[in-house]
Unconditional design. Structure first.
Ligand code: SF4
Length: 163
């Protein structure tokens, strides 16, 4: 558990993310990830109820699809395993984070919906103006995982299709 915590910390930092600075709390979540791995065979989010069907739970395998938007909006992921740089430094307080995951019926509808638009993208593409790194997400990352430039060096490169 300690070694996984260390590994996650290193991976997060090298990719421009941050684990919660409360080590005891964070290790508790890491332990829950290991429990879920034993239980389901994958890292189901510790704070959500997994179905046990990997295909159905793909969006909540840690790091989940909702981590980045939650970091943007609330300075922490739903479980608060990952936090923003400001939260890590104690400059922002993390409160309770509303569940962003849509209910099962909506998830099913989304999965069946065909993408539209010129490129059929469901998310905009962001480009790091420093190194050219591209990523598809609602907002650019806090820090470019390649060249470590800050968010303000990203430009919106391709718009998402309207749904
Ligand atoms: S909410 Fe946080 S801990 Fe839970 S799966 Fe998402 S990134 Fe992992």
């Amino acid at each position: 558990m300690d070694s996984l915590h260390k590994r996650l910390e290193q991976e997060a930092e090298s990719a421009g993310y941050h684990l919660n600075a409360d080590v005891q709390f964070t290790k508790g979540l890491v332990k829950s990830l290991l429990v879920n791995e034993r239980r389901y065979g994958y890292w189901a989010c510790p704070c959500r109820l997994a179905s046990g069907d990997k295909q159905e739970d793909l969006d909540i395998i840690c790091p989940c699809d909702y981590r980045d938007p939650d970091l943007n909006d609330y300075d922490a992921c739903y479980c608060a395993l990952y936090v923003s740089e400001a939260a890590r430094k104690g400059e922002k307080t993390v409160g309770s984070i509303p569940e962003r995951r849509p209910p099962p019926a909506e998830r099913q509808q989304r999965a069946q919906r065909q993408p539209g638009g010129m490129f059929g993208l469901s998310l905009p593409i962001w480009r790091c103006k420093v190194c050219g790194y591209l990523c598809a997400r609602e907002q650019p990352p806090e820090v470019c995982p390649i060249c470590k430039s800050k968010r303000d060096r990203f430009e919106r490169f391709i718009e998402a299709a309207r749904t």
